[in-house]
Write a protein that binds this ligand. Sequence first.
Ligand SMILES: [Zn+2]
Length: 263
Amino acid sequence: MRSGAPDLTGRTLLAVFAHPDDESIACGGLLTLCAEQGARVILLCATRGDHGGGTLDPDITSALRALRTTELAAAAAVLGIADVQFLDYRDAYLQATNWDLISADIEAVIVRERPDVVVTFGEDGLYWHPDHIVVHHATTDAVERIGPSGPALYYVTMPKGAIRTLVDTLRPRLADGDVPQVLGVTDADAFGVLAKPPTLVVDVGRVAARKLAALRCHRSQADGPLLVMRDDEAAALLGIEHFRRAPVGAEGDSFLDRLAAIG
Ligand SMILES: [Zn+2]
């Protein structure tokens, strides 16, 4: 535990995302800082990311499911996440799933784990991924049903231009033929564009190398710039995380406000 920072022993943060790797790129730094200060960090992942490659071949999707589950366990260990839970919905099909069912599942986890804080995607789903947007709505509805006696809810958004800077900085080091994409997203400008302004900006530079290490645990996803980035570049390129307090859930300051004030 870092002296001067708040003791979060007994506190719980629940992060709700769609796929293995979302947690690391969205808020790997925040999760690390919370775990370091003693909070119990739980990750709820709606799918196991089994759609990568776009195939429905059951042998391939089942192998991918196992691989990405293993990769997420490794990333979780790097970030200090104590518990990874899955809802086991089909990757890439959340929009075709009954959103109320997804929301009810998320609510059940919140009721069981009693987190102080929940973090999920904002309306923009980081870069307009349809699965991410469903998780945003399903989580918001779940927290709203529980009401002010439940957790504080925060939306994670990407600082506008951060991924463009990352790609442009590292592009000269990519091998010929390497696509300058991040986690399979080829439009670097999609991250954070039109995101609403943050209410909480967290400097995670001190643990940014761990965030990078966690991203690289997702070996089937980590690509181009993430593979050539040096640890000493991580603070500049991955060191700021943006969050916005949701209008539902608990009111008043949460432990994230106290943590962010320390930096
Ligand atoms: Zn995702």
